[in-house]
Design a binder for this molecule. Structure first.
Ligand code: ZN
Length: 114
């Protein structure tokens, strides 16, 4: 039986909204370096650059997560949600509950990715 896509969709949308909220909140952190360039000394500027790099890495991670969620939402629309992209087997319901954006079953995902 296919999973409860209504619930999965709500879950995915909530996750997505949360990620976007975090993303807009940290938008300032990613821009501080250019804004403060004239005012800060060399050392604190390096600090700021480092912080900016970290914020950008986090943002990239977030964007990847959002892309995964979007792909899962598309699979719901296509009626393919809940089936492993590798082997086509149903993904365990428990697994989807914990991570609704997963595209692979436990076996195909191996020990690496969730
Ligand atoms: Zn599989």
């Amino acid at each position: 039986m296919p999973p409860d896509t209504k619930r999965s969709r709500a879950h995915l949308k909530a996750q997505r909204a949360e990620l976007e909220k975090l993303s807009s909140r940290s938008a300032g952190a990613r821009q501080t370096v250019t804004l403060d360039q004239q005012n800060v000394g060399r050392l604190s500027r390096m600090d700021a650059l480092q912080q900016q790099a970290m914020a950008q890495a986090t943002e990239r991670q977030r964007a990847a997560e959002i892309a995964k969620i979007d792909a899962a939402l598309r699979r719901i629309d296509d009626g393919e949600y809940g089936y492993c992209l590798e082997c086509g087997e149903e993904i365990a319901e428990k697994r989807l509950e914990i991570a609704p954006a997963v595209a692979l079953c436990v076996r195909c995902a191996g020990s690496g990715e969730v």
